[in-house]
Design a protein around this ligand. Sequence first.
Ligand SMILES: CC(C)=CCC/C(C)=C/CC/C(C)=C/CC/C(C)=C/[C@@H]1[C@@H](COP(=O)(O)OP(=O)(O)O)[C@]1(C)CC/C=C(\C)CC/C=C(\C)CCC=C(C)C
Length: 593
Amino acid sequence: MGYDYALVHVKYTIPPAIALTILYRPLLTRLDVYKILFLVTIALVSTTPWDSYLIRTRIWSYPEDVVIGPKLFDIPLEEVFFFIVQTYNTSLLYLLLSKPTFHPIYLRRQDKNDRWKYFKLAGNLLLGLILKKAINLIRDEGAGTYMGLILVWAVPFLILLWSLAYQFILGLPVTNTLLPIALPTLYLWIVDTLALRRGTWVIEAGTKLGTHLWPGLEIEEAVFFLLTNTLIVFGLVAFDNAVAILHAFPSHFPSVPALPSPALLVRALLLPAAAYDEDRIEGLSEAVERLHKKSRSFYLASAAFSSRLRLDLIVLYSFCRVADDLVDNAASPLEARKYIKRLRTFLDLSYKAKDPMAHDQNVGSVVRHVVTEFPRNTHTALLQLPTSRLSSKHLYDLLKGFEMDLGFQTSKGALTSAFPIKSEYELDVYSSRVAGTVAAMCIELVFFHYPGEASSTLQEQILDAGNTMGIALQYTNIARDIGTDALIQRVYLPTSWLKEENLTPEQAIQDQIFVSKFERLRKRLLDRSFALYEDSRSAIDKLPSEVRGPMRVACESYMEIGRTLRQPGYRVRKGEATVDGWRRLTVAWKALQ
Ligand SMILES: CC(C)=CCC/C(C)=C/CC/C(C)=C/CC/C(C)=C/[C@@H]1[C@@H](COP(=O)(O)OP(=O)(O)O)[C@]1(C)CC/C=C(\C)CC/C=C(\C)CCC=C(C)C
């Protein structure tokens, strides 16, 4: 009996496991736990008979004085623990590195002439040849036996995973594929070199090739760790591929449980790529692109949400952004009004389409309306709005908020300007309509994806606090944009506030930046923004535990704009991010704790 093998764990495998757990803990979802357990189970079940065979046939051995003693099918418990901890560590690293990835946009519809099918074929051919060579090595019963046994065990799994998930394996960023394979492999090569040198485990002479990758590292060991890490990462990629299919194509999978069964995952992977809905994939890609380009705060926050809710939030953002831009960037107030009217008709038709009696006919009229009445680049954002999960009230109220913007008289040649925000109350109403509604819709989506976690009274309280938080964010938004809004004749500062400073909205526009008074009013906006934020933020703790952190990230990273604006001497610069990327990340990290 000895502790050498156990010490390898104490020194080399448990510390990274602890570090990765601490690092990933705030982002961990139930689906992640499910994935890790799934992978660990497969690793145990598939490796145990094979490793047991290697030990019983003495291809592989452990001196009695380096292991504690207990065994499972002749495998020392330290070795069994190795399968678990390696799978755990590589899985956590993969999860960490792939957190920012929005998987559905890597799905590819494939028709007959798509060249990707040749990649699939080439991969399978190559793996098939390796398998044939491996069988020959075992048959020869010579120095290639151990290498042959490693390959014969690993390659069939690789063929399976490649066949099911080659689109993702090839398409995902290398930070999601090569990196989580390469880092743990290199690390385990170093650990293995030290263990073989100390004699903690021994490969018998006669069944090994005798080639070293570097002094002290047998080629078989190097290949073993490379293949096992590849299997773990490909397994996780295949899992994410299946989940992406389940969430992206409701027409094929109308209802998906939070933790899909293995059978459902396999069914998803077996859906022919020719049956993928191309418009849906394109729509999701456009939505992520829009979010990425237009909002650093919400893009970062979106990565922290679980996949199902994340998808809905991204398409909701895309709708809100497009609707806001249609009104804001209209060539004239008349055109802006026309778009609001068309958006209202779009909502009327969409909510009528929910009526099961005339569903198909009504969906047709929604599509026709969108295609004929809106610019091409807005179609997917409108058509993907998840109306089945949102009550119409908030969307109609959002349009009422946009309508208030039309109260600003901005047409060229207009003699006088109009300023609809006369009092703090009116600013609150405006903010509630354009931002409180957004908060309410985000919360509705949370309740949809996490049903039964809050009573209806609690839901009301949370929605109320969400409205307040939305108003807080909008006040910060207005404080940041005072200058740029003035350039387009919009003064959101309440006329009553301006009056207290002996100013009028017209002066605000003429002088643009009447610096000190303007800064005093900016401070007043921010003070109220932070008061509202303080009033509402504790309600986030009443949300389902999995969304608390991500919601905090969304609110905190936006409020950080306010904190920056409050710094003495800070000046807003047009086109420049108020909060830099590093600071935003730090804020997100703290919000997740
Ligand atoms: C990850 C995540 C939460 C993403 C999606 C959020 C989402 C759907 C945002 C839509 C934003 C949008 C384009 C709305 C149109 C109206 C508008 C312009 C509102 C202002 C947003 C400012 O965005 P931005 O700075 O990019 O806009 P401009 O360049 O000025 O045009 C708003 C300030 C409103 C944003 C409000 C929210 C996202 C609500 C936040 C509150 C919650 C998520 C609820 C928190 C829960 C509790 C219980 C307190």
